[in-house]
Design a protein around this ligand. Structure first.
Ligand code: FES
Ligand SMILES: [Fe+2]
Length: 343
């Protein structure tokens, strides 16, 4: 099994628990499938195709009543199992026939997860990004016009930060030698950077003391994580970005920003970090959308105007392996390695 052929076999988060209330359904698209999310009367999340079987109205434009989603057109109601429990005016009590095929749902780690229960469960553990320490956290959301692979690689590629985020994260004129260790995870790939020392960028200077180690990791089907630890091994910052393919060429991004609880209250930290990270995200979004559009622009002439395949450099530590994971569902010819680079 792999995420390219059977993406819905995997668990995907589609919303934070907080976003899914009890009154309003949520519209989401997962790998081109429009879905409606809502909560049943016991609070459990449910996910159905976002199409009323009667006249195909989008259920997400309706409302939730007594734990069932009500169509905005003629008011048919559907429970979490996809059964129509009310068809107003028909004098029908509703049937027990399943009119909509529900998706499997799960609420965990502050997120609502969805997968297609008709498909076999992937053999890999579900990434949960659990953190043990006493932390503050907040969420950020965005939509980007690019692929999962492009976004995952961008997020985990430290070597664009000197240019795309010049002065914010790193600077090209203030590089330092680092050791990078690349290792395989059960469901992904991880780079560990050591000896990076003090950072030159504004954001890093604001939020970090001396950096001990940092990690970039990708886990199937679409979790990209950056983790910073201080010289004593304590967590400084963990950004977990779930990259969720929505409509063709569109990516939904749910990012959780976790930092170790300190003297600064969480709300204040968030008030400072959110706009700064927003700047970085916008910088990434701009370059990512430009890069993604290049495939289309060069679709007819790529072969004549240079190599048709992307060229990997020595510093492209994770990109090639992310592509392999997404294509095959596992690493095929990977052996762990250590290399020295200038970051
Ligand atoms: S279209 Fe949904 S009830 Fe008629
Ligand atoms: Fe970036």
């Amino acid at each position: 099994m792999n995420p390219t052929e059977q993406p819905l076999a995997y668990w995907w988060p589609l919303a934070t628990s907080h976003q899914l209330g009890t009154r309003r359904p949520l519209a989401r698209v997962l790998h081109g499938r429009p879905l409606v999310l809502f909560r049943e009367s016991d609070g459990r999340p449910a996910a159905l195709p976002d199409r009323c079987p009667h006249r195909f109205a989008p259920l997400s434009a309706g409302c939730v009543r007594d734990g069932a989603v009500e169509c905005p057109y003629h008011g048919w109601r559907f429970d979490g199992a996809g059964q129509c429990i009310r068809a107003p005016g028909s004098l029908d009590q509703g049937s027990t026939a399943r009119l909509l095929q529900p998706l499997q749902t799960l609420e965990a780690h502050g997120l609502i997860w969805v997968r297609d229960s008709m498909l076999p469960t992937p053999p890999l553990p579900n990434p949960n990004g659990a953190v043990q320490e006493d932390v503050d956290q907040f969420w950020m959301h965005d939509q980007v016009r690019c692929s999962l692979q492009e976004a995952a690689e961008n997020f985990l590629d430290a070597f664009h930060t000197h240019f795309v985020h010049a002065g914010w994260i790193r600077r090209d004129d203030r590089r330092q030698r680092v050791i990078a260790d690349i290792r395989a995870l059960e469901d992904g790939i991880e780079a560990r950077y050591s000896e990076e020392g003090k950072q030159a960028g504004l954001i890093s200077r604001l939020f970090e003391g001396s950096r001990g180690e940092s990690f970039g990791r990708f886990r199937l089907p679409g979790l990209a994580e950056i983790e910073y630890r201080d010289a004593r091994g304590r967590l400084t910052l963990l950004i977990s970005a779930w990259l969720i393919p929505a409509e063709a060429g569109q990516l939904q991004v749910i990012a959780r920003i976790v930092s170790r609880r300190g003297w600064l209250p969480g709300w204040l930290k968030q008030a400072v970090m959110r706009p700064l990270l927003g700047v970085v995200l916008r910088q990434d979004k701009r370059i990512l959308e430009a890069v993604s559009a290049q495939h289309q622009r060069f679709a007819d002439c790529a072969g004549h105007w240079g190599p048709a395949q992307m060229l990997d450099g020595r510093q492209d530590l994770l990109g090639p392996w992310i592509r392999q994971l997404l294509l095959h569902g596992k690493l095929r010819d990977f052996t762990g390695k250590r290399l020295e680079l200038e970051l």
